[in-house]
Ligand binder design. Sequence first.
Ligand SMILES: *Cc1c(COP(=O)(O)O)cnc(C)c1O
Length: 411
Amino acid sequence: MIISDRIRKLAAEAERLAAGSFASIDEVAAANTEKVLAAFHNNRVSEAMFAGTTGYGYGDMGREALDRIWAEIFGAEAALVRLSFANGTHAIASALYAAAKPGQTLLSATGAPYDTLLGVIGITGSHSGSLREYGVNYRQVDLLPDGTPDYDAIAEAAAPDNIGAVYIQRSRGYSGRKALPVETIGEIIKTVRLANPRAYVVVDNCYGEFVQLSEPTDFGADLIAGSLIKNPGGGLAPAGGYVAGRSGLVEAAANRLTAPGLGGEVGATLGHSRQLFQGLFMAPHTVAQAMKTAVFCAALMELLGYDAAPGYAEPRYDIIQAIDFKDPALLKRFCAGIQGGAPVDSFASPEPWDMPGYNCQVIMAAGTFIQGASIELSCDAPMLPPYRAYLQGALTYESGKLGIMIAADKL
Ligand SMILES: *Cc1c(COP(=O)(O)O)cnc(C)c1O
């Protein structure tokens, strides 16, 4: 491959800087692999579970076992892992509809939610079926300027009786804020419980799964939700999402996904169960590959003089790496390089477009096996100052590193 000598030399230097973090990433992957494998053993995973069902999908052994395994791994009473969740937004929306009832208020404890949830909640747009249309009000408490939760304001805002649910976003999403460690999420949950023991806590867990040794449900979250084409699908799940948490809330989310009374008892798996099992089995390792790629990226971009957040030596609580380009042309070139280094569609050139669910143009580089899968090396950016790229994923560290070297060369 054509990569300049300068970038090859800088990459070797970046890898030396990055290597300091690799041992702790491997330790987390080892512990999470043990947790996943134990859940496979405890639930007696067998080949028969991969056969799948058609039609109504009644009595699908694989689907039912995967729900139990997921619940065990996430320290939850129940889980709903489904290909028929269109994406993470759909799963999170189902969780919010389960937790907040008409007449109640949904409170975000971590500022503005991820872009695609604005329309779901009804903060922007006037989509039919939004929470707002169903009579669920919304309030938010912003994070403090240093990115930490505003506990006093959360306690005050959560106290009123009409607060039905509190939303917490674990990952940074497309924003300048930091990802929250699960310990901090635990502190927010404690604060909410003291102020209002009846309010449910729902965590948007996207990009956070298997990054640490525990999950928000281990710290008392009532419901978590996320995407299967991110961390927990391990790069093998072809589509889908999940919710996990209290069994009554998981059932309510299932009723929202299918229909009241049907819940999670239906849903043919059509022969895809093996990919979900195998993806979950791979997920702790795949997440580690993505984490290493992100650390390497931060180190190389810092050597090239760009601002990277988190810095290569900083702790990480999601798989996202932000890089500020401060210039739309540089940002586009970087994204073109990431696309050019991809295994699929490497010849394509990404262009900004009006992506559904986002309120500005977005450029996305994703030469992925699964369309838009951001556990594979990918890079997204809203076309707005500071022209910040959000890079994530890589199925293997080796391929992630190459993609970043190619992108760096384009600069
Ligand atoms: C990816 C993501 C979502 C959901 O996005 P989908 O593209 O619908 O899967 C929600 N919240 C956060 C923080 C995310 O990163």
